[in-house]
Design a protein around this ligand. Structure first.
Ligand SMILES: [Zn+2]
Length: 485
């Protein structure tokens, strides 16, 4: 008979493709068996009446990261991972951001020191802001070899924006190594032009942030990013899609074979630009980029979530407190461009998606698993995570689908002083969360020790089912027999 450290029994196991009642046997941090009935186990966890899911993988979070303007997030790898764990996550992939002039090796060493405090398993997406020849051909390949197989570029912000040529360079290098390029897609000049127009008219309140970054700026940049990626047939991941038009472009280009992936975030489904118009400087809490849109956008994005336009719903947790360490680092009565961009949400992401998605009947429990964990594992090469199957890491979340709670800041367990989801009534609670077989959260109590999370190396992006695109100019049959690759 097989010996198990832990057996989770009598629950309804949900995977991305189905659900069944059964037991899970865990041995040495991995799932050793999944069967109708399993006996034994030093610890037996009764999951009767509960859903047993792969633990969430948070694929978009800013943790212990300085913004390009030099503002440090309120959460480090300890508080950020604890907050994520209370929200049903077993692992996460925050960003490791290169400052201009900094080597990638130095970036990774910096984040290795920061990541050591994590209670969750973790990896990083590199943010590349300075793609020198050495970075492209020497340092990035070393990062891939260490299992860091994704990185993000910006089409906006003067200190981050690489220009189209810089993006092509990155996309080509990434394709060559089997890595995926993530992109923040907003047209930088459209935003700057709008900022000038608003400033000329003396319009500086937080609500004007929503006006300053037009929907067209996102739609144009999403389309441009996709065409750049298609030119070199490189995989591309569009982060935080916030517009119906942007989602529509993603859907169409996926259908045309682009190696394309995308996500949206709870704030674009749950909140609107009206939140930026709250009294006084309250609206500053709702400043993020791209900005919150209208109620019609929420409806459209939910339809795209349900029809599969997005691989993931990620938090884009960007925790800047509503005080002089964060939002108001430049002072309280400042114009909206001087207020830090971003909002927290790493603990609220999955309870929100479960309640508004599964409980309200917009998505199935299977889709919830795909959107919260399995797809992120495939896209970002987390080969031992995101599925309940023998041999996989025992990263598991046991959800009680019946319990209803009101979101309050204290339950987020982060270092923030607000949550934008305050007061929402959400049904469904992750009661037990495991990372490699160790219970890290149990019924509202933290069980994890600082630093018990481990860095995990990732594999190449999974491109099965993506036909790809050959631009005629790269096709020897159509370009006078020229080899350009
Ligand atoms: Zn972000």
């Amino acid at each position: 008979m097989m010996e198990f450290d832990t057996v989770i029994h009598s629950g309804t196991i949900v995977t991305a493709d189905g659900q069944f009642s059964g037991d899970i046997g865990i041995s040495q941090g991995r799932i050793a068996a999944v069967a109708e009935k399993l006996s034994g186990g030093e610890t037996r966890i009764d999951a009767g009446g509960r859903l047993v899911l792969p633990g969430g993988i948070e694929a978009h979070a800013h943790i212990a990261q300085e913004s390009s303007a030099g503002v440090m997030t309120a959460d480090d790898y300890l508080s950020g991972s604890i907050s994520a764990a209370f929200g049903g996550n077993s692992s996460f992939i925050p960003f490791a951001a290169q400052q201009r002039g900094q080597s990638i090796d130095d970036v990774i060493a910096t984040y290795d020191a920061r990541g050591a405090r994590s209670v969750l398993d973790y990896s990083y997406h590199l943010i590349v802001s300075d793609p020198t020849e050495e970075v492209l051909h020497d340092q990035l390949p070393r990062a891939f070899a260490r299992g860091i197989t994704s990185f993000k570029v910006f089409m906006t912000y003067d200190l981050m924006n690489l220009g189209d040529g810089g993006m092509l360079d990155i996309l080509e290098v990434a394709r060559h190594h089997g890595a995926i390029t993530m992109v923040h897609a907003e047209n930088n000049d459209m935003v700057k032009w709008m900022n000038r127009r608003l400033a000329d008219k003396g319009l500086s309140a937080p609500k004007y942030h929503a006006i300053s970054r037009p929907q067209l700026a996102e739609e144009e940049a999403i389309n441009r990013a996709i065409q750049l990626a298609k030119l070199v047939d490189a995989p591309l991941f569009i982060v935080h899609v916030s517009t119906a038009g942007g989602a529509e472009i993603v859907r169409r280009e996926k259908f045309n074979g682009a190696k394309l992936f995308a996500e949206t975030c709870p704030q674009y489904l749950a909140l609107t630009r009206d939140d930026l118009d709250r009294a006084g400087m309250e609206g500053a809490k709702y400043i993020c980029s791209p900005p919150l849109r209208g109620a019609d956008t929420q409806d459209a994005l939910w339809k795209h979530v349900a029809m599969g336009t997005f691989e993931s719903v990620s938090s884009d947790h960007a925790p800047y407190r509503a005080d002089d360490t964060g939002k108001f680092l430049n002072g309280r009565d400042v114009a909206y461009p001087a207020i830090a961009n971003g909002m927290p949400g790493i603990a609220a992401r999955l309870p929100y998606l479960f309640s508004e998605g599964v409980v309200k009947g917009r998505i199935t429990p299977e889709q919830f698993v795909a959107l919260s964990s399995t797809n992120a594992a495939k896209t970002f090469g987390c080969s031992t995570k995101g599925r309940i199957a023998p041999g996989m890491d025992a990263d598991i979340a046991i959800w009680n689908p019946q319990v209803t709670r009101t979101v309050v800041q204290a339950d987020q367990h982060d270092n923030m002083d607000y949550t934008p989801f305050e007061g929402m009534e959400l049904t469904g609670v992750p009661e037990v969360v495991m990372n490699r077989g160790a219970t890290i959260v149990s019924h509202g109590t933290l069980m994890a020790q600082e630093g018990q999370g481990r860095f995990f190396a990732r594999a190449a992006v999974d491109l099965r089912g993506k036909a790809g695109f050959t631009a005629p100019e790269f096709d020897p049959a159509q370009n006078f027999g020229t080899q350009l690759r």
